[in-house]
Design a protein around this ligand. Structure first.
Ligand code: FES
Length: 187
């Protein structure tokens, strides 16, 4: 039994009703949004169910998930913080910004903080190339864009988010704590 259809029959039928019967594949994106709302990411099983409903292959659904930065195929932090380091942003210091931010948070791009609050990801063009360094943050269904950032500004924002979401102070590392890892010598 298709679990997505079983759990959300009205929503699925409402989504399908927006498109001609021979254009069911257009429903893939709203169906992905529906599935992601359930678990915070789209599992392989959910992709198969969406493929079944929309009459496309699971690979086609997976390629949509892979293309769009707002869809995810694995559970991650409560805040998915995505930094564009594409050429235009890089010329405005995006890579340096990302490196500085990661150093303060003690995580690398692609990693999630120990308290599961933040996942940092490196992405390509977020359509605000002249406002770099910038990040897009996805918190559940909400998406925020923060432009003209410095690591310090972003850490300030994350402190307030940590208090609001986790009710705890943000975990950061000092430059002194970060140095042993950078040098690769722990002992
Ligand atoms: S290149 Fe970074 S937002 Fe466009």
């Amino acid at each position: 039994m298709n679990q997505l259809l079983k759990k959300y029959p009205e929503e699925v039928n409402r989504i399908l009703s927006r498109y001609p019967v021979d254009r069911k594949q257009s429903a893939v994106m709203p169906l992905l949004h529906l599935a992601q709302g359930e678990a915070g990411f789209v599992s392989r099983a959910a992709m198969q169910e969406i493929a079944e409903i929309a009459g496309v292959s699971t690979t086609e659904v997976a390629s949509v998930v892979g293309f769009y930065t707002l869809f995810h195929d694995a559970p991650e932090g409560k805040i998915r913080l995505q930094v564009c380091t594409d050429v235009a942003c890089d010329l405005r210091g995006a890579t340096e910004y990302l490196t500085g931010l990661c150093a303060q948070l003690g995580v690398k791009p692609g990693e999630t903080s120990e308290d599961s609050l933040i996942t940092i990801e490196e992405v390509k063009c977020l359509a605000a190339c002249d406002k770099a360094p910038l990040f897009q943050a996805q918190i559940g269904d909400e998406v925020e864009y923060h432009e003209n950032q410095t690591p310090a500004r972003t850490v300030d924002w994350l402190r307030s988010m940590s208090a609001a979401i986790n009710g705890t102070p943000l975990k950061t590392v000092t430059p002194e704590e970060a140095k042993p890892e950078e040098g690769g010598s722990h002992e």
